[in-house]
Ligand binder design. Structure first.
Ligand SMILES: [Zn+2]
Length: 76
């Protein structure tokens, strides 16, 4: 799923902060401190970034496997 542009609850802009948030958390920073420094104060907005999950990274291997299987079936 793509990262939502705005908070579902209050409508505040959160999509622009996701890349920065993700990069800083991956370097080992505390997510709560990163959110504080990005100015994401409300818990409705904080959950938008904390719970964001890029499912496409997990779906791609399945599409690749389906494509390999399709080629196997067509090749034989
Ligand atoms: Zn919000």
């Amino acid at each position: 799923m793509l990262i939502p542009v705005r908070c579902f609850t209050c409508g505040s802009l959160v999509g622009d902060k996701y890349e920065d948030f993700k990069a800083r958390v991956e370097t080992g920073e505390d997510p709560s401190k990163v959110l504080d420094s990005l100015g994401v104060k409300r818990y409705c907005c904080r959950r938008m970034l904390l719970s964001a999950f890029e499912i496409v990274d997990y779906e791609i291997p399945y599409y690749e496997a389906i494509e390999r299987r399709r080629k196997e079936l067509l090749g034989s």
